[in-house]
Write a new protein. Structure first.
Length: 295
């Protein structure tokens, strides 16, 4: 699809020319779309835009006024820059830092590298080599995590659904094998499984096959599928704490603090069958184990 520039005047006239302002920044194909964003660290964005940092939160630009309060919240939801109640790009000026003083501002280097990859790589390689020659004197050995498994992506198309997360590998423990069920109506007599046809984790009626058989990992924080010998993955979460509630339990992600929620499976929606969500007191987040010896 070709994007046709909006008119310079709201709702009228021919498409605007290069350098003319957008007549309506909230509509048309040029409008700001917060769901199509790219990721950059504060230190990276600071090379191109000027802003301040207060307790780790960016501030100092129009559109960021609410960041401090909302980022301090435990709501665990995305926080977007807003102007007049709309999700928009914050109005931060370009980075004017000059090093040394009197040289061109830093943002111009960023624009040059963005438009000329040869200029970027010509500057990057000798800089990286110099950094490696200088070395470090303050590095410390990290904590030994054990064997890390990073599965090869199933697809090279860039589809996030085809990429499995890296995880600390933990062998199945010596405890019993079991099935995993969910208390949500609609999932009665169905069990968590690895579906070899789709490559997804979903629910199905008991089939007596190994793709529905699970064991707890020796680390105590993973459910290992006995067909794949790999852990259950939900929204890139692999490690869990298990919160007992009577004869059931909830699965809390050690990464996000969110809870495995299988309402999608109960409603018959396409994969993924489950997703991580905030904690709620509903059966879609309640699981149970059925040991194979009792099956």
């Amino acid at each position: 699809m070709t994007c046709k520039p909006d008119p310079a005047q709201p709702g009228q006239g021919p498409p605007r020319k290069d350098g003319e302002p957008d007549g309506n920044e909230t509509s048309g194909c040029e409008r700001y779309r917060s769901s199509n964003d790219e990721i950059a660290l504060n230190c990276e964005m600071g090379l191109y835009r000027e802003f301040q940092m207060v307790n780790g939160v960016i501030t100092g630009c129009k559109g960021l006024e609410h960041f401090g309060e909302e980022m301090a919240s435990d709501a665990q939801k995305p926080v977007w820059s807003k102007i007049d109640g709309r999700d928009v790009e914050p109005e931060c000026p370009k980075q004017s830092l000059q090093e040394p003083a009197g040289s061109k501002p830093l943002y111009m280097d960023m624009e040059e590298f963005a438009h000329d990859q040869t200029a970027w790589i010509d500057a990057y390689i000798p800089t990286m080599e110099k950094m490696m020659r200088n070395g470090y004197e303050s590095l410390q050995d990290s904590v030994e995590l054990g064997e890390i498994d990073c599965p090869i992506p199933k697809s090279l198309t860039g589809d996030a659904a085809e990429i499995e997360p890296c995880f600390v590998k933990s062998e199945p423990d010596d405890g019993p094998e079991f099935l995993i069920g969910n208390r949500q109506p609609g999932l009665n007599n169905k069990f968590y499984q690895y579906n070899p046809k789709t490559g997804e984790f979903d629910f199905a009626k008991s089939n007596g096959k190994i793709n529905q058989v699970w064991k707890l990992s020796k680390s105590g924080s993973q459910f290992i599928n006995m067909m794949t010998k790999k852990p259950l993955v939900v929204d890139n979460s692999v490690e869990w704490t298990f919160e007992t509630e009577g004869e059931s339990f909830k699965m809390k992600s050690l990464d996000s603090g969110l809870y495995n929620d299988c309402i999608r499976a109960a409603k018959g929606k396409p994969a993924p069958a489950c997703a991580n969500n905030r904690k709620i007191n509903k059966p879609q987040q309640l699981f149970y184990r059925l040991e194979i010896t009792k099956f």
